[in-house]
Design a protein around this ligand. Sequence first.
Ligand SMILES: NC(=O)c1ccc[n+]([C@@H]2O[C@H](COP(=O)([O-])OP(=O)(O)OC[C@H]3O[C@@H](n4cnc5c(N)ncnc54)[C@H](OP(=O)(O)O)[C@@H]3O)[C@@H](O)[C@H]2O)c1
Length: 254
Amino acid sequence: MTPSKKSNRRMNDYDLVIGGSSEIGLSIIKKLAYNGRNVLYTYHHNASAVTEIEAWTKGKPKRTIAIKIDIRSAQDVECLVSYIASKKMRISSLIYNAGLTNDMLFRMMSEEDFSSVMDVNLYGCFRICKALIDNLAVHRGSIVFISSVSGMTGKIGQVNYSCSKAGLIALCRNLALEYASVGLRVNCIAPGFIKTKMLDKIPEENMKIMKKNIPLKRIGSPLDVANAVYFLVSEESGYITGQTLVVDGGLLMR
Ligand SMILES: NC(=O)c1ccc[n+]([C@@H]2O[C@H](COP(=O)([O-])OP(=O)(O)OC[C@H]3O[C@@H](n4cnc5c(N)ncnc54)[C@H](OP(=O)(O)O)[C@@H]3O)[C@@H](O)[C@H]2O)c1
């Protein structure tokens, strides 16, 4: 066995987390920063997440920088790219975590209900990849999309969400193929049930049944997802590209 390759990270290397203000996003930022990486992250409405990260990073050497953007806006994406250029940042990894749900049965779903979810979950990812992929490709970076098991199966009431998350998996495979020759890796993570506010609405009784159905007998934590992200952006996963890593306690096997 040979020791792992020494990291050749630079002072101005940043991981970029789009949708850093969610519970999973916060966990990803903390995991990356805790492991000595600088993190640039975006939020949309949730400014309290920025306060939380600022309090958490106080006195720690690594930098975290927050930027407010609406990923649906091409102008906001342009501003983010200009900021990155003005600070001479090298984006070593891009983590696309922004997401939106608007569940309803297909017969109730309007085109607007469909496209508004696609706009954030899939087109937003396309937009930011278009804007930054050259920056990432130049120094053989890594891209990770947060998809969902909903993008690999069907779920009643989730036509819009499921299509957007399946789209991320397809986008991942295609970009992985097109950019493999320059050493840029692109992978997906498909979380199952993760303990976030999203699950707070589910009655305790139903939660018990859900847990029973999960082979590992527990709901996942945001850290379970963050650990997978850290693996996929680190050099330890240097021979992995175009893959979807399912983080669901074994649920999808059933
Ligand atoms: N929780 C789960 O069980 C689960 C399971 C599978 C997959 N996922 C996926 O994991 C990711 C994180 O989930 P979560 O539950 O922690 O997230 P969440 O609470 O749904 O938050 C999503 C993130 O997306 C951002 N966002 C939403 N609309 C945006 C827009 N127009 N422009 C820019 N950013 C926008 C939000 O920003 P603000 O909060 O600042 O507005 C937030 O940071 C999502 O992609 C979700 O689909 C979650």
